[in-house]
Ligand binder design. Structure first.
Ligand SMILES: *Cc1c(COP(=O)(O)O)cnc(C)c1O
Length: 485
């Protein structure tokens, strides 16, 4: 194994007595620790911390950082996740001390700039969504889903309606049923038809007076815009229900159409997808929600309010569902979203979605002849190919292709999702990739598919770790070093 692929830990590199820095001898009186703590509180031995020079530590972490795929180093066509380039300007602006060093307990009068930025961001997201009120508190898309469903539940409770069901298409992201369940609803699955759109007969059969919300993703996870949306919305509204949009795919329709205009009552955004925020390995995110006016009283507290050019936090909201996140949410990612939206402006945002859809269609046209795309010749911002034929003819699975792509320097597409396509491979290039990158990726994909099955089944061949037991890696991760005894 190459040295840079080694799994040596800092503990393994430790040399007794080695130091990054040495302090001068103490020249002031000292207090013995056991005069402060009781002897029982003190450890008998020093902890076995690694002893290293600064350069050892810097090399270790710098090398580790290069072992990840990232948008800054590799094409990353991870469908549904919209892994577009994160402009460095936004990073720099968000880390200005005037934003980054604010303390949330400062009096409102001393952080007017941040309050105004968030207030204006709410207005911009409201405009993009075509809805009336926005809350920035939720910490991720899934958290936005849950928050919006709690808002819907409060709305129905307040109007004395005991509605128990949330309808969800079978192509939906797993977070949709999870959020509905957590919010106390029963989930009812609606089938997709052969085109990959909502099956209207199945929908009609499942609508009744118990339906609270229909959760739709549009464009859906197959990358198709469901043109039945206005009809779906009127059926749900006639039955007294609300229309929720999972806004994860807003990159396809930004500035082209507005969810509020096609019948949506409440939705979430994923700024780390649509507005180029970093995805941050499970780190701080945001999932702003937008709602129609009648739902505004139920939004989380506090709301940012403005009067006579002064911004303040309004806690006086009797119908609010309460807090869903400390303070105002993860403002660092919200500042990035603000910068992104302001940088592009209305016309720029429209060209983002135009180019995202153009890139996806170009890649689709390059790929579909050797990797079938079951749901059509056109797509929105992403498409779902299927390795089901290859699986039958040569035993090559989507997972094998995904793993082999890693050897060739590409992050894998999303695999085995949506569930309605067998051996699914969901490819989303985003608008920030060049024509050359898309062509190279298509060439590599074609080469891989023609390689011997055994080569693919053992891939990746060039990385430090080949095929971990993924369930065990997720369920029982080894995150702690243990001293050998
Ligand atoms: C990413 C995604 C979500 C969840 O968003 P997070 O920000 O990851 O919590 C929900 N639905 C769809 C379709 C998604 O792609």
């Amino acid at each position: 194994m190459d040295k840079d692929q080694s799994t040596e830990l800092l503990f393994d590199l430790s040399q007794p007595g080695r130091r990054a820095a040495r302090f001068p001898a103490i020249d002031v009186p000292t207090t013995p620790v056991d005069s402060v703590f009781g002897a029982d509180d003190l450890a008998e031995e020093s902890p076995p911390l690694p002893e290293l020079a600064e350069i050892d530590v810097v090399r270790h972490f710098t090398n580790l950082s290069t072992r990840n795929m990232s948008v800054d180093t590799n094409f990353y066509p991870l469908g549904s996740c919209t892994m577009k380039y994160n402009p460095k300007r936004n990073e720099r602006l968000a880390s200005l001390p005037q934003f980054a060093d604010l303390h949330p307990y400062q009096p409102d009068a001393t952080h007017q700039g941040m309050l105004r930025l968030l207030f204006d961001l709410e207005a911009m997201i409201g405009e993009i969504s075509g809805l009336d009120a926005v809350c920035l508190q939720p910490a991720a898309g899934a958290h936005g889903e849950l928050t919006a469903l709690l808002v819907a539940a409060s709305y129905f409770r307040k109007s004395g309606q005991a509605r128990t069901k949330v309808l969800i298409p079978d192509s939906a992201h797993g977070t949709n049923p999870s959020s509905a369940h957590l919010a106390g609803f029963d989930c009812v699955q609606v089938a997709s038809d052969q085109r990959g759109l909502v099956d209207m007969n199945d929908l009609r059969a499942k609508i009744d007076g118990d339906v609270a919300v229909f959760m739709i993703t549009n464009p859906n996870t197959i990358g198709l815009f469901d043109h039945q949306i206005v009809e779906i919305a009127s059926l749900i509204h006639e039955a007294g229900g609300l229309m929720y949009l999972d806004g994860a795919n807003m990159n396809a329709i930004l500035g082209q159409t507005r969810p509020g205009d096609f019948g949506i009552d409440l939705m979430h955004f994923n700024p780390h997808k649509t507005f180029s925020g970093p995805h941050g390995g499970g780190g701080p995110g945001a999932g702003p929600i937008a709602v129609r006016g009648m739902l505004e009283p139920f939004l989380p507290t506090p709301r940012i309010a403005e009067r006579d050019g002064q911004w303040r936090l309004d806690f006086d909201r009797p119908d609010s569902i309460g807090r869903v996140r400390s303070f105002f949410g993860n403002t660092g990612v919200l500042v990035r979203a603000y910068c992104y939206i302001r940088t592009h402006g209305a016309e720029g945002l429209k060209s983002v979605s135009t180019n995202a859809v153009l890139n996806a269609n170009y890649l689709l046209s390059l790929v579909k002849d050797f990797l079938p795309v079951p749901h059509g010749d056109r797509c929105m911002h992403e498409f779902v190919a299927s390795a089901s034929g290859l699986h039958k003819s040569r035993g090559v699975r989507t997972m094998d292709i995904a793993k082999r792509l890693l050897d060739r320097g590409y992050h894998a597409p999303t695999v085995y999702f949506p569930l309605v396509v067998p051996e699914a491979m969901m490819i989303e290039p985003t608008e920030t990739e060049s024509k050359e990158t898309l062509e190279q990726f298509a060439d590599v994909l074609r080469e891989i598919i023609e390689e011997p099955a055994e080569l693919l089944q053992q891939a990746p061949h060039t990385l430090g770790i080949s095929r971990p037991d993924e369930v065990r890696a997720a369920r029982k991760p080894v995150l702690r070093w243990q001293a050998s005894t």
